[in-house]
Write a protein that binds this ligand. Structure first.
Ligand code: FE
Length: 205
């Protein structure tokens, strides 16, 4: 299966997106834009800007129990409360990790991903290997990401679709009672909200 989003699973490019793509190709072809600079820009959104939104949602859920409940009841609205909305985030579901349950997210058909809270999907998320193995052997995949769960912890794998995008609410690490929401957000990585990592322990704890 190719990594190209399937038509039924991801909306076709809009006119605007097609024009941006064409413009990008043309600018590179004419030597007016450095492809490396574009890559850097994409990387910035993929690993830095985008996931910070999700991290602030998680940090608020950790510090505000009413908000946490709203997030679990209706993630789209709760995320909008924080000001994050947009394409590929219209129907969000937040799944909560607990000592008994660990959640992880995949899109088995293509690369559906909650852009407003996590930015752009990493390449491994789009790979056919992850898409297959997250379902067939999630514990092995988690171990490769460095997550070792106790045998009694149930692993739930959520398959994203064009209709529903999932994000994981990781468990708040122990020893972080003294941290404020901004400091807590620093502990929340992109991968922890996909469910292939845990929130970091606080170095200041
Ligand atoms: Fe998809």
């Amino acid at each position: 299966m190719s990594d190209t989003p399937l038509p039924h699973h991801s909306a076709p490019l809009s006119d605007l997106e097609q024009r941006v793509k064409s413009l990008e190709s043309l600018l590179i072809e004419k030597g007016l834009v450095d492809p490396a600079a574009l890559d850097l820009l994409v990387d910035t959104y993929e690993t830095r800007v985008g996931p910070r939104n999700g991290a602030s949602v998680v940090a608020r859920a950790w510090t505000d129990d009413d908000y946490r409940q709203r997030l679990l009841d209706d993630a789209t609205s709760a995320i909008l409360e924080q000001g994050y909305r947009g394409r590929q985030g219209e129907h969000m579901v937040c799944v909560e990790n607990t000592p008994q349950v660990h959640n992880m997210v995949v899109c088995t058909l293509c690369s559906c991903y909650p852009w407003p809270v996590l930015g752009l999907p990493p390449n491994w998320y789009k790979s056919s290997e992850y898409r297959a193995r997250a379902v067939s052997e999630p514990r092995a995949v988690l171990a490769e990401f460095g997550v070792e769960l106790a045998p009694e912890v149930e692993v739930r794998v959520w398959d994203s679709t064009a209709e529903i995008r999932y994000m994981v609410l990781p468990m708040r690490p122990a020893g972080t009672d003294h941290l404020d929401a901004g400091q807590l957000a620093e502990l929340v990585s992109r991968d922890s909200m996909i469910g292939v990592a845990l929130a970091q322990e606080s170095s200041a704890a």
